[in-house]
Structure formats: C-alpha cells, structure tokens
Design a protein around this ligand. Structure first.
Ligand code: PMV
Length: 332
C-alpha cells in the first residue's frame, strides 16, 4: 500500500517512540474551500487534480481526545459509542491502522464535533486533522506543519487544509508519492470576514464526496474545463486576500462553487446536492445582492450554504437569515 510508504518515510526516525501514558486532547477547525478540491489523481493517497484554497472556520471543528487502549479499539462520537463495523467506524479504524505500533495496538478515541456530520460542512476535514495532531502529541513525533498536512490528507483530502487557523492553499503537487501535495498557510488575516453557516438540512448526504468526485471525473464532459477555472480562481483569490478586496473574494468563491456543481450535474448518473431550500436561499442571496448587499455564498458536497460577508453587513444578513450560525475565521 502506497500509504504505508508515505508513513514510513515521514516517521522513519520516530517510529520507535512509545506513546505517552495519558490522554491528549486537540481541537482542529473545519475549513471551507473558496476554490474547491474536486477530483483525485490518486485515489489511495487523496492526491488532487488541482490545487485548492480555503479558510478555516475558527471555533467550529472537532476535538479529539486520544489515548491507547488495552485489548480493543474503543470510540465515542459526540457521546455515542462508535460501531467499528459501520462505514464511519471502518474509515476511522483504517486510518488508525496506519499508526499502530507494538506499544499502541489499540486506541481509545473520543471525538466531539460542533458541526453537523456529513452534511457538507467539512466535518471529516477537522476530524482527520485533529486526529493526526492527537497522534503527533501521543507519540511525541514533533511533526512539521507540512508533514501534518500530508498525513491528514491520507484520511481525507480536505483535512490537509484543516491543520491550523487561517487561509490555506493546498498545492496540487506533481509527485506520485504526494510529498509536494500539502497545504500551506497564506500569511494574511482578515478580521472583518464572516462566514454564515446556513443549515437547510442536517440529513447525511446520500452520495459521498469520494464517489461524486470520481463519477464527475470519469463521466462529466464539463470536467475538462475545471483545471483551468481553478488556476484562474486561485490566482484571483490570492489577490483578493492580499488586497482585502471582498467583492473579488466573494464573486470568485461563489462562481467557483457554482462551476463545481455544474460539473457534477453533467456527470452520469447526475449528482446534485441541492434540496429545494438550497435553491430558494441562492435566489434570496442573488436578490439581496441586486439590492446592494455585499453577500456571496459557497456550497460543498451537501445542501447547506456558507454565506460570505463582512462584519459591517452582519445586521442586514441576520435580518434575512435569522437562524444563521455566524463564524469569524479570524475572530477572538
Ligand atoms: O475531503 P473530502 O473527500 O471530504 O472532499 C471535500 C470536497 C469539497 O468539500 C466539496 C470541496 C473542498 O475542497 O473541500
């Protein structure tokens, strides 16, 4: 398995480290992509066809508490026991398998999220990022940010961008082993930036992002145009962040999300994550924009929207969307 080669190479000087005796406890933020990752060039290593760019979601994310366990894996997700034969449990155990040692054959893991799971709100990104941070602390590996990003990617592609707060660009990379495919922090802050989580449905998605991506890459005639769109959008987003040009940021992010969903609609069988409320909300946002409000959105592999606006528009946005959960990615 290619994954084991990556782990071996990163942990080669560290693999004999024994786990510390007590539990470690780590929080990692969720992130939303302003320019999306959609399509893999390597399924096993989660290597992307294109680069992507995200902002981490402040206090929204996952806290993982980890210690070793004596004779079997034990886990809890938001208080409920994890069934290691469920698809979630298997995915978790598969990831943990990569890191088991003689002194740490089994783990006891307690995962707490403050975002809906699998509703397109990047719960797996913060989950795998916090897990790799927790393993790093448990085994005292002292991994660099780049190494943490590479290992988090093995759990879920977007997790590579969730290793810390701030803006991140995940470089596509060229190598087959993925050692140049990691997320790098963009050293700018934007304290006035707000992200509003508009939950229209908390139901679990029916098509996983993995399956939807693969179907899009292999059957959508629109996918051919995607890499060029991404190149353009990443460069516009970098400029927008540097210049604090909110219109440029919002417009680029929304257009990027719409284009990603268009590639999915053209797949066969088609993939659509929108429910009627998603489309209603989009129409409301477009109308408000026509009326002069500087408000944009992005959408991932789920029906919910993430609204993008600046602090000064908060009251106006809340008036239209009273249930909005507002996150300040660079706030206190
Ligand atoms: O990392 P995954 O496999 O959950 O895929 C994430 C895909 C999107 O959320 C739709 C886009 C992105 O870049 O986060």
């Amino acid at each position: 398995m290619k994954k084991y080669k990556v782990i071996e190479s990163i942990l080669k000087d560290r693999e004999n480290f024994a786990p510390i005796g007590e539990a470690v406890d780590v929080f990692s933020p969720a992130n939303i992509a302003l320019c999306k990752y959609w399509g893999k060039r390597d399924q096993e290593l989660n290597l992307p066809v294109t680069s992507s760019l995200s902002v981490s979601l402040g206090k929204k994310g996952t806290t993982t508490t980890l210690k070793t366990s004596v004779d079997r894996d034990v886990g809890r997700l938001n208080g409920a026991a994890i069934d290691f034969s469920s698809s979630f449990g298997k995915r978790l155990a598969d990831f943990l398998n990569l890191f088991r040692t003689r002194d740490a054959r089994y783990f006891n893991i307690d995962i707490k999220t403050n975002i809906p799971i699998a509703a397109g709100l990047a719960s797996s990104a913060s989950g795998f990022a916090s897990l790799i941070h927790a393993l790093n602390q448990l085994f005292c590996w002292k991994l660099s940010a780049k190494e943490l990003s590479i290992l988090a990617r093995l759990g879920s592609g977007s997790a590579s961008r969730s290793i810390a707060h701030g803006f991140f660009e995940w470089h596509r990379g060229e190598r087959d082993d993925g050692f140049d495919s990691f997320a790098e922090k963009i050293p700018h802050v934007w304290p006035e930036l707000c992200v509003g989580l508009l939950i229209v449905s908390e139901k679990e998605k029916t098509t996983s992002s993995r399956e939807a991506m693969q179907r899009t890459v292999s059957t959508s005639s629109l996918y051919r145009a995607w890499p060029e769109k991404v190149l353009n959008d990443i460069s516009r987003l970098r400029d927008a962040i540097c210049e604090k040009d909110f219109e440029k940021l919002g417009q680029t992010a929304e257009s990027n999300a719409m284009t990603m969903h268009a590639t999915m609609l053209a797949a066969w069988p088609p993939v659509s994550y929108a429910v009627p409320e998603t489309v209603l909300a989009m129409n409301t946002i477009w109308k408000l924009r026509e009326e002069g409000l500087s408000l944009y959105f992005t959408q991932d592999a789920g029906p919910n929207l993430k609204l993008l606006f600046l602090e000064k528009e908060l009251d106006a946005v809340r008036e239209r969307f009273p249930t909005l959960d507002v996150v300040r990615p660079f706030g206190e």
